[in-house]
Design a protein around this ligand. Structure first.
Ligand SMILES: [Zn+2]
Length: 405
């Protein structure tokens, strides 16, 4: 039912029967579009009952290709033990321990479908591990370009998955440049190379949008009043918003929408700054620094889409300091039994701030996204309990428009 790709900037249509990156005219992010009217006639949400508990249960609204799956998606929606109307969507239970599994399951599925052979990604985090795992499952080559000081877990998992890892003496932006330089070489096209950088190809968003379908299905086909989402590149936010629009067209939900809340680290908060200044695009954040490596994105490529969603959903953007994030990580572990990624725990900081400001009331149903497992961050989380408030982890200086996705 996938009919074409559409530029989110100029609206131009492009064929979906071949690999595509961004809009050749204006660099806009391309979205996959479906014949939703036909899907609506042929399919209802009731048919989901009994489907496998993975994100591919929503294959009616995903590209028709043989999935490369490791069991990703349909993660638990856990009622908070602390706040009666809060749910924690625990993405740490995905293969490779993070929500990146969804996007890369979809992207690698389409890469294999198109006969691509070698998948390249600049990354310093969980996207690298996820690409390495799905490429291994698909028998494709993965080529990962990471700064040489990457978190230990990501480096080790890529090695075990058999990825070709290049450790770059520099920043994530230098890694992105290495991939960009390779694209100019004659071997790039000849040998079936492809760049799976976030929002530079259309299918990672498709994988991430299944989080939106799951929120609705797991809450009984109603949407919460708010969704708090740790935002680096922001693909999950884009994907969920796209899912809500699709589900309304399909007749699965009404026109209601949650307030979409971006949470970022105070040491790298370009979306928060742009939102507070009423801008429609994001300025590059200088000297980005936070222990939450997934949030070290100085300028997300889909910035204009993120800011649109905040506006249209009557949402907002909130920042959390590293000290607040570390405190929330420990608090969640102790009170909820969830050892969260620091990015995920930042949602708790944001929720408490929004409750104090009466942006949310206690009765509002709010979903907090824990995007990964704390087990992948042992090197940054290994601090004695007494020192949590005073321990300032070593920061990394990250620059460039490509963040550690
Ligand atoms: Zn365009």
């Amino acid at each position: 039912m996938l009919t074409h790709l559409q530029c989110t900037r100029c609206g131009e249509h492009y064929p979906a029967d071949r690999p595509q990156s961004v809009c050749p005219k204006d660099g806009g992010v391309l979205y996959a579009r479906y014949d939703l009217a036909a899907i609506r006639r042929a399919y209802s949400s009731a048919r989901l009952a009994g489907r496998a508990p993975t994100m591919w249960r929503y294959d009616a609204v995903l590209p028709a290709a043989d999935p490369v799956s490791l069991g990703e998606g349909f993660t638990p929606m856990l009622p908070s033990r602390e706040f009666p109307n809060v749910y924690i969507k625990d993405e740490g239970l995905n293969p490779t321990g993070s929500f990146k599994a969804r996007g890369l399951s979809a992207a690698v599925t389409m890469a294999r479908h198109f006969g691509l052979k070698k998948l390249a990604i600049p990354s310093a985090g969980n996207a690298a591990g996820a690409l390495a795992a799905y490429a291994a499952a698909a028998k494709l080559e993965s080529h990962i370009f990471m700064p040489k000081d990457v978190p230990t877990a990501n480096r080790i998992e890529c090695d075990y998955y058999g990825a070709h890892v290049t450790l770059v003496d520099g920043l994530i932006s230098d890694c992105a440049k290495r991939v960009a330089d390779m694209k100019k070489e004659s071997f790039w096209k000849r040998d079936g190379w492809f760049d799976v950088s976030t929002t530079k190809e259309p299918y990672r968003v498709e994988g991430k949008k299944t989080m939106g379908y799951e929120v609705a299905e797991q809450l009984g086909w109603r949407l919460p009043q708010g969704i708090i989402y740790p935002t680096g590149g922001g693909v999950g936010l884009l994907g969920m918003w796209k899912a809500f629009e699709e589900m309304e067209t399909l007749g699965w939900i009404g026109s209601e929408r949650p307030k979409m809340i971006v949470v970022q680290a105070a040491g790298c908060a370009p979306v928060v700054k742009a939102w507070e200044e009423g801008k429609s695009s994001v300025e590059m954040w200088a000297n980005a620094s936070t222990l939450a490596s997934g949030l070290r994105v100085p300028k997300p490529y889909g910035d204009y889409l993120i800011l649109d969603i905040l506006k249209n959903s009557k949402g907002t953007a909130v920042s959390a300091t590293d000290e607040e994030i570390l405190g929330a990580t420990r608090h969640w572990a102790k009170t909820e039994g969830i050892f969260a990624a620091p990015e995920g725990a930042a949602c708790l900081v944001a929720y408490k701030k929004l409750l104090a400001k009466q942006f949310f009331e206690q009765e509002d149903i709010v979903v907090l996204f824990n995007t990964g497992s704390g087990l992948k961050y042992l090197d940054v989380l290994d601090s004695p309990a007494k020192n949590v408030a005073t321990t300032k982890p070593a920061s990394r200086q990250i620059g460039g428009i490509i963040g550690p996705y």
